[in-house]
Design a protein around this ligand. Structure first.
Ligand code: TEU
Ligand code: CA
Length: 562
């Protein structure tokens, strides 16, 4: 075990600035909006804010297509606003983690605009330019946002690679100048005083030499193709270099977004003696409800609880003592967890949102809360495809429904309601006023009509709200080291209705029990059969021990000597 670090004991709150708070009435959230709510965030008891990209961008992919890494996106404000935010946050004891998007840039970044001019340009090799193969794309790789990963450029009769949209050309990390540029821009932000980075698809930066065809490309969904391009041969060399040249010089926190990473991969990225990253965002639990017949995330599948237990427990156990987990249900790419793994009906929304929060927050690792999760925001069901803004959703609709005619528009809309990234991107619901208090004008994306029922103002007044519950979880985590560092043991792996586990550290332990159904059940667990520990937290006002009511979730503490 390594020495204890602040980022292991921290809780992170993720902000999607575009949808958080608009302060200048243009319908788009901004940095002043984040400043305005710092007390709200502090009051929740978190330690770190992760900001989705706020850099200058044409917004093809809401800021994940960066045109200038050293400038603030105009929609969001100015560098002065950012400086103000950093100072105010630090004064309140909140750290700021930035999004680092360096697998690709915008096609409007000056490197790319130079690069595309001609084959001899100094920046040509910053990207992947290749000749056509028999008049077509250089290989069979797919873009994550539909279609080929290659875009033809007439002026030089070559294609460039983009694993995401064609406005997100991939950077060539094998070019050492590219790496130096990235280290330079990281230092720019670290020298300003930011406290860490969340690194976008950082395990895609090293491409297989020769860019060979993916042998499985014709089968399965695009997401499956990720495994062919992820975790490439030099990725660890590059991360070690980045760590040596930049990260090791600052006391910062890093989390790499790593699709298609196994626990063994994660140990390589984040192992305590590896000098690469502190943690990764893994995707296994997010893939459990995907379709098995080629449409990937476009499904309405329900997750099987035993499968979820298996994945979560494997990550807990495999990393224990070797590396560090990140704990998340939600982010700006995922549907709302209460709609996905819980029950968002009027009757059970609050209960099941707390149950899910409790289940996750008592595991080993650093928890991440995505804006709105702390008030139990739900998925949205826009009726018209034109109300969706996310390019992944819109491209998939075009490809699957219009071009390939694989499924009907109606079926696709049901899948979109279930899985679209826009479920997470509707404006933050502050109160019952017009546009949920997000903006006085029509927002860039419609507000979820649920805001009259679900909003911050309501939750702040209610000691039994989801917000109050998250606040209590944060307090407990900061008080009991067994929550942070304890080891983990799954109980009754084959129980399809209740998720129960145990945590232990230095003679103290915790029993966590979560009923995933709307049924009344009875359960007991060996040495804890009587559930005689001290009840630390529960989503019901009384305790009926072995009897579990719908979506009941609770934590018992067993002190030393038991
Ligand atoms: O996401 C990478 C990623 O794996 C997602 O594209 C994922 O496959 C998809 O969202 C599942 O629906 C990161 C960012 O989080 C995302 O917002 C960006 O669009 C993407 O990288 C490109 O930068
Ligand atoms: Ca604004």
């Amino acid at each position: 075990m390594m020495k204890k670090n602040w980022w292991q004991e921290a809780v992170v709150y993720q902000i999607y600035p575009r949808s958080f708070q608009d302060t200048n009435n243009d319908g788009i959230g901004d940095l002043r909006g984040v400043i305005q709510h710092l007390d709200y965030i502090k009051n929740l008891g978190v330690d770190v804010i992760w900001l989705n990209p706020i850099y200058s961008s044409p917004n093809d992919d809401n800021g994940y297509d960066i045109a200038d890494y050293r400038k603030i996106m105009q929609d969001f404000g100015t560098m002065d606003d950012f400086n103000q935010l950093l100072i105010s946050a630090h004064k309140k004891g909140l750290k700021i983690m930035m999004d680092l998007v360096v697998n690709h840039t915008s096609d409007e970044h000056h490197w790319f605009m130079e690069s595309r001019k001609n084959k001899d340009n100094k920046y040509r090799d910053y990207y992947f330019w290749r000749d056509p193969r028999e008049g077509k794309e250089p290989n069979n790789w797919k873009s994550n946002f539909s279609g080929s990963a290659w875009q033809y450029d007439k002026s030089t009769d070559q294609y460039y690679m983009h694993l995401f949209s064609k406005k997100q050309p991939d950077l060539n990390w094998d070019n050492s100048e590219v790496r130096q540029e990235v280290y330079g821009l990281m230092k720019f932000w670290l020298d300003k005083g930011v406290d860490g980075f969340r690194m976008d698809v950082i395990n895609l930066i090293s491409k297989k030499p020769g860019l060979p065809d993916d042998p499985n490309a014709s089968q399965g969904a695009v997401e499956d193709a990720m495994s062919w391009v992820a975790n490439g041969p030099k990725v660890h060399d590059y991360l070690k270099e980045m760590n040596r040249k930049v990260l090791s010089k600052y006391d910062v926190m890093t989390v790499g977004e790593t699709p298609a990473a196994s626990t063994q991969d994660a140990i390589k990225y984040t192992g305590f003696n590896r000098q690469e990253l502190e943690m990764v965002f893994q995707f296994e639990h997010m893939g459990l409800d995907w379709s098995k017949n080629g449409l990937g995330k476009w499904s309405t599948n329900k997750v099987s609880l035993t499968a979820l237990k298996e994945v979560m427990s494997r990550w807990q156990n495999d990393l224990d003592g070797k590396a560090w987990n990140s704990l998340y249900w939600n982010n700006h790419d995922q549907p709302r967890v209460v709609s996905r793994f819980g029950n968002d009906s009027k009757e059970y929304r609050v209960r099941s949102a707390k149950m899910l929060g409790l289940l996750l927050h008592f595991m080993q690792g650093t928890p991440y809360i995505y804006q709105g999760e702390e008030i139990g925001m739900t998925n949205v069901k826009f009726e018209d495809i034109h109300e969706y803004k996310d390019l992944e959703t819109l491209n998939a609709y075009n490809e699957i429904v219009k071009e390939n005619k694989q499924i009907s528009a109606g079926d696709m809309m049901r899948y979109i309601h279930h899985s679209s990234r826009d479920n997470a991107r509707t404006p933050m619901q502050w109160n019952q006023n017009v546009n949920a208090g997000f903006s006085t004008v029509d927002p860039w994306i419609k507000v979820n009509p649920s805001y009259k029922l679900i909003n911050v103002e309501k939750d702040l007044k209610d000691p039994n709200s989801i917000y109050s519950f998250y606040k209590k979880m944060n307090e407990l985590r900061h008080k009991y080291s067994v929550i942070v560092y304890g080891d983990y043991e799954l109980l009754d792996p084959e129980d399809e209705k209740v998720f129960a586990y145990k945590r232990s550290l230095d003679g103290q332990s915790l029993l966590i029990v979560a009923n995933f159904t709307s049924e009344e059940l009875t359960r007991s667990y060996n040495e804890y059969g009587d559930m005689a520990g001290k009840l630390l937290l529960s989503n019901y006002s009384d305790d009926q021990k072995t009897k579990l009511r719908p979506y009941e979730a609770k934590v018992y503490y067993y002190g030393k000597g038991k």
